[in-house]
Ligand binder design. Structure first.
Ligand code: ATP
Ligand code: MG
Length: 150
């Protein structure tokens, strides 16, 4: 299943993330792909709000992963600095865990991704507009996107 959504500001991207965050359940994985500054972290900030996380979500670039506690735990991974690294960092167990895993730059850890996930490919279409292409891998994620449309 594929779908496209356009946002016209960072606020709209956060609102979109929040809408997804509100309907997520445990053991969910969301991949965020897109250039530097496309809005991956901005989207995650909204998603965190939807998970009732009150701490500020910032880019985990220098720590690779940050954990936030909300309605469900959020594991925010930025795989940018993992390029070429192949040692076991224990992410697989986390992704299978009872939380929500959001991965920026998922193509840099392609050999360690779960089978099922929702992937968002973000493109900058203007100074403040972004296009989100959603692709669902697995029935759970198809249902999630269907629910989003309700
Ligand atoms: N429609 C929009 N959606 C999201 N961000 C937007 C939008 N319009 C403008 N922006 C701005 O673009 C920037 C997006 O930065 P953000 O840190 O979210 O990108 P990123 O994809 O996480 O980058 P990186 O690859 O460096 O982690 C922010 O400064 C945000 O305010
Ligand atoms: Mg980021």
């Amino acid at each position: 299943m594929k779908k496209e959504i356009t946002t016209k500001s960072a606020t709209e991207t956060k609102a979109f993330g929040e809408k997804i965050g509100k309907i997520l359940d445990a053991g969910t994985c969301i991949l965020l792909s897109g250039d530097l500054g496309s809005g991956k972290t901005t989207f995650t900030q909204g998603l965190a709000k939807g998970l009732e996380i009150h701490r500020t979500v910032s880019s985990p670039t220098f720590t690779i992963m940050k954990v936030y506690q909300g309605r469900l735990p959020l594991y925010h991974i930025d795989a940018y600095r993992l390029e070429g690294l192949h040692q076991d960092l224990g992410f697989e167990e986390l992704i299978e865990d009872e939380g929500v895993t959001v991965i920026e730059w998922p193509d840099y850890m392609i050999d360690r991704l779960p089978e099922d996930y929702l992937r968002l490919d973000i493109t900058r279409t203007g100074e403040s507009s972004r296009k989100f292409k959603l692709s669902c891998h697995g029935e759970k994620y198809t249902k999630l996107v269907e629910e989003l449309e309700r």
